[in-house]
Design a protein around this ligand. Structure first.
Ligand SMILES: Cc1cc2nc3c(=O)[nH]c(=O)nc-3n(C[C@H](O)[C@H](O)[C@H](O)COP(=O)(O)O)c2cc1C
Length: 158
């Protein structure tokens, strides 16, 4: 089984989660940052994991573009979907439902929230203002859900 992990990221958390996931999976893995815009030959993979992080409700455009441009082929693969974000529970469910097409969510073997991080050094001025105002957080915070990454890998390995 050959697996592609294709992700979007702005500040690096989704990349960190993708790398952690790759260490938990049994198969041959290739990891691609969708911002690098390399040509991906999906026919090489049996399984595709797609994920990214949410900013003001939206996942990276390169993730949605990749999905919409390859939806038919993706629906023929084994699929895993993940999202990074600092919201919780119902808000995260809403973000998953709003950022991935319903048919891909229904096809997915596993869909999980991998948590997130606030890294103030990597935020621009406006991002800092938004985070301080909306989340009331004023310093770095890491809430990566390592158990969810493990469970995601177990679902795919089983
Ligand atoms: C300006 C800003 C807006 C954000 N908006 C959301 C949001 O709408 N929902 C959410 O769950 N997390 C939100 N987050 C948290 C990010 O998703 C979180 O920092 C994530 O770990 C970033 O992942 P990345 O480093 O892969 O880009 C926001 C963070 C920033 C800085």
């Amino acid at each position: 089984m050959k697996t592609l992990i294709a992700y979007g990221t702005k500040h690096g958390c989704s990349q960190k989660c993708a790398m952690e996931l790759s260490r938990e999976l049994k198969d041959k893995i290739e990891i691609v940052n969708l911002r690098d815009k390399i040509n991906i030959d999906l026919s090489k993979y049996d399984r595709v994991v797609l994920g990214g992080s949410v900013y003001i409700g939206r996942i990276q455009k390169e993730v949605t573009d990749f999905i919409s441009g390859n939806l038919e082929e993706l629906l023929k693969k084994e699929i895993g979907l993940f999202i990074c974000g600092m919201q919780e529970n119902d808000m995260i469910k809403k973000e998953i439902n709003e950022n991935f097409p319903a048919e891909l969510i229904n096809k997915a073997k596993t869909v999980k929230h991998f948590g997130g991080e606030f890294n103030f050094n990597k935020m621009n001025f406006m991002e800092k203002v938004i985070v301080k105002k909306v989340s009331k957080v004023t310093s770095d915070k890491s809430d990566i859900l390592h158990d969810n990454i493990k469970k995601f890998a177990m679902d795919l390995n089983s």
